[in-house]
Design a protein around this ligand. Structure first.
Ligand code: FAD
Ligand code: GLY
Length: 385
């Protein structure tokens, strides 16, 4: 039986009635819990496993709206949201660091897009023009210029592009810092508490039912259950598996300063001799296998542009499930059911979009129109163009 209250009663154990109940303890749910608690809302978060152990633990942590951008109207929407989030990140990271005393792990060293053969160079030329036409900061570099910036690049590199505004952050720091900050602000974060369904009465959601059969009532429920969000309601979210490798240079930092993006993957330096090499994109449902082929392909593709990657020590191979939507745009905002909000579907950009998502959810909870209302995704992204 849950330690929380059942229908409308005062919570046992001294808990007050809940204003906002967040389902899911990844970076999205944690950031919402933090912001809600800061606002003085009585906030409880339910995580069915351990906090920060979903996609947020696997993520590389690139804050990369420019290099991750996609074509089309949906791509523009993600780009706009991502650029807004990227601007928020320096203050967001400082605030988190001040709130927790944990030093910020934000890095703002930019990224290089690298082409290692003729076909890749042609594709990169197009990618540069496309970004430049949108007014994004991108600079074409000769291979020799790229090697001046990153001397460990392969001599065979054909062409590069510099994206100086791209940032990165260690997502495991982010989850830890958000959890600490949320607790300090007064949020109650509960692990090993799985939600099985929403409590509905007519057109209103008034809480959740837990997997142990008990129920928890709340004025508002925010579902931030990542790739599993679709199990709780009408939201078109599916898992997109990503396998990812963590590497370490026993000699310490120095091999690489900037994020590298190349055909087949990316390599993210943490600044202390650790590197994250990602990632596969697999439509495999919730398959949890780790494959030799994934590690092989990631290392093969990375070694074409940075041969020394093969000398690094292998620390970890892991996987995560990105919460994908049909158009890859997240679902953030009120459902047509009263009392229910969604904050999910962040696909490849959930770390980047963490600060702006929490801001949008707070605006939706307030009922005040967000200054950039067009960014508030409708609850059912299947309706989007
Ligand atoms: P999650 O972190 O998955 O958290 C959801 C939580 O909800 C989980 O802890 C889960 O246990 C819990 N939950 C689910 N169902 C229930 C339930 N019924 N009851 C209670 N709890 C429940 N993004 C970037 O911005 N930059 C990157 O570089 C980047 N790299 C990535 C690399 C990989 C390999 C992967 C897989 C993802 C990457 N992403 C990246 C995407 C990013 O990780 C996700 O978009 C983001 O972590 C989603 O956060 P979330 O909180 O919504 O989901
Ligand atoms: N954003 C990187 C990834 O999803 O792999």
């Amino acid at each position: 039986m849950s330690e929380l209250a059942t229908h409308g009663e005062q919570q046992p154990g001294g808990h007050e009635p809940i204003d906002v109940l967040v389902v899911g303890g990844g970076v999205i749910g944690l950031s919402i819990a933090w912001r809600c608690a800061q606002r003085g809302l009585r906030t409880t978060l339910l995580e069915r496993g351990k906090l920060g152990e979903g996609a947020s633990r696997a993520a590389a942590g690139m804050l990369a709206p420019v290099s991750e951008m996609e074509l089309g109207a949906a791509g523009r929407r993600i780009l706009d949201l991502g650029l807004q989030a990227a601007q928020m990140w320096p203050d967001f990271a400082s605030e988190l660091s001040e709130a927790t005393g944990i030093p910020s792990q934000l890095r703002a060293d930019g990224a290089l897009m690298i082409a290692h053969d003729r076909d890749a160079a042609e594709a990169l030329e197009r990618a540069i023009v496309f970004r430049a036409e949108l007014g994004l900061e991108v600079k074409r570099l000769l291979a020799s210029e790229a090697r001046e910036l990153e001397p460990a690049l392969a001599p065979t590199v054909r062409l590069a592009a510099s994206l100086p505004t791209e940032q990165s952050v260690d997502p495991r720091w982010l989850s830890q810092a958000l959890a600490d900050a949320a607790r300090s602000a007064g949020a109650i974060l509960l692990e090993e508490m799985g939600v099985s369904s929403l409590l509905r009465a007519g057109d209103r959601v008034g809480g959740v039912r837990l997997t142990d059969g008990s129920s928890v009532t709340a004025s508002r429920v925010v579902v931030a259950a990542g790739a599993w969000s679709g199990t709780l309601g009408e939201v078109p979210v599916r898992p997109v598996k990503g396998q990812i490798v963590r590497l370490r240079d026993p000699g310490g930092a120095g091999l690489l300063s900037r994020v590298l993006r190349f055909e087949g993957g990316y390599l993210v330096p943490r600044g202390d001799g650790r590197y994250t090499l990602g990632a596969t994109v697999e439509e495999q449902g919730f398959a949890t296998s780790l494959t030799a082929n994934a590690a092989y392909q990631l290392l093969r593709d990375a070694s074409r542009v940075l041969p020394a990657v093969l000398e690094l020590e292998l620390e970890e191979i892991t996987y995560g499930f990105r919460p994908g939507t049909p158009d890859n745009v997240p679902v953030i905002g009120n459902d047509s059911l009263k009392g229910l909000l969604w904050a999910t579907g962040h696909y490849r950009n959930g770390i980047l979009l963490t600060p702006v998502t929490a801001q949008l959810v707070l605006a939706a909870l307030d009922g005040s129109p967000h200054p950039d209302d067009a960014l508030l995704a409708p609850a059912n992204s299947a309706d989007r163009d």
